[in-house]
Structures are given as structure tokens and as C-alpha cells.
Design a protein around this ligand. Sequence first.
Ligand SMILES: O=C(O)c1ccccc1N[C@@H]1O[C@H](COP(=O)(O)O)[C@@H](O)[C@H]1O
Length: 220
Amino acid sequence: MKRRTGIKLCGMRHPKDIEACESLDIDAIGLILVPNRRRTVTMGIAKEIVNRVPDSIAAVGVMANPSMDEVKQWVEHVPLDRIQLHGNESPECCHRIREEVGIPIIKVMHVDDQGESSGEVGAYASVVDAVLLDSGAGPLKGGSGQTFSWDKIPSLVDPWQKEGIPVWIAGGLHPENVAELVRRFAIAGVDTSSGVETAEKKDPKKMATFVERVRNVDNE
Ligand SMILES: O=C(O)c1ccccc1N[C@@H]1O[C@H](COP(=O)(O)O)[C@@H](O)[C@H]1O
């Protein structure tokens, strides 16, 4: 059966970034709703962007350790399709958000220098819809442009896959390294932010090349 790798392009900040996505064969775009980050968008901009996203592309809101009130405020004003929890949210917190807000949860697990990942499979498998492995590098965690050691991917991914949880990979992915990642490992999807920017702005050419390189491997 032909493979199809999920692709999420994250950190959209302007409605024109979405124009550049419209012709791309991607699955999701992400909006940074974490306060005080370089790519953080206001509620107004988030709403404007999501309203332009084609139906075939999911709009993902990226949050880190949000309160229940904050989550509810975002989803009340912005029609998000998924919530990406990029902090240290407990299984109980994931469960509560999923139940009370009714939106699928992507839980980010951070991979440290030793290749160890946060998050016990047994505790999270029943309360999340997908897992995203990202580099734990840097004090801010997320959007760092840093890769983690890929050698551990099979042993990190396998226990989730056995529970039927799709695992996506992020952290320092760009058009020059994504084909190798997708070719080497059986993963559900890839997610990038810094790697498709030039001078801190989304670069339509890099986004298109990133997608093309993934789809070329899918078609090998
Ligand atoms: O992109 C950000 O600025 C960001 C801020 C806070 C939390 C998460 C963030 N981004 C997520 O991190 C991954 C990896 O980013 P990068 O490709 O290494 O720059 C990205 O795909 C987003 O999901």
C-alpha cells in the first residue's frame, strides 16, 4: 500500500502564510498560542488565519500548560480542529481538556540529550489522540530549530504504535533533512516551523520544497 506521511507546517503568523499553503498537499497548519513567543498570534489573527484554512487542512492550536479557562476561551473564539499540548501537561489534564472541549489532543513528548522521552505510554495512551516527539533542547522548548538524536526513534515510537497512537516527529526539520527522516523511519507524520522560514518569516519556496521532498519519499 502506498505510504502517506502526515505533514504539519507550524507557526503561521499571517493570512498570506495560508495562501502559500493552499496549493500544498499538507494535513495541518499550526498556530502558536503560547504567550510571549516569537510566533505567538493574537486571538484576532488566529481567527482570521483559521477562517482562511481550506477544509482539507486541520488547524492546530499549540498551547503549553494552559488553564482550562484559557483553552475554553481559545476554542470559543477560534475554530480549532486539534489542540497541541507542548508543555508538561499531565495525563489528567489531557483527559480533562479532551472531555470538556471535545477536540482531539496531540501531546508533545520532549526527547532529551540521552534520547529519553517524557511521558509514560501507559499513562497517556488512553487520553491523547496523537503524540509528537520534539527536541527538548533550549530553555523554551518548542520552535527551537534543534533536532534530537534520531537513532532512538524506533524504540520511542514502537510502544505508542502498539497502542494505536500515531507518532509524529518535529524538531529542526527542514527541506534538506526531512527526506532522510521519512525514508529511515515508519512515522505517522512530520512537523516543522523554523526550517521553512527565511529571516524569521515563512518562506513559500521552503514550504513547497519540504512538502515535495516528503511526497517524493512517499512515492518511492
Ligand atoms: O514554533 C514555535 O515558536 C513554538 C513555540 C512554542 C511551542 C511550540 C512551538 N513550535 C512547535 O515546535 C515544533 C518544532 O519547531 P522547529 O521546527 O524545531 O522550529 C514545531 O513544529 C511546532 O509544533
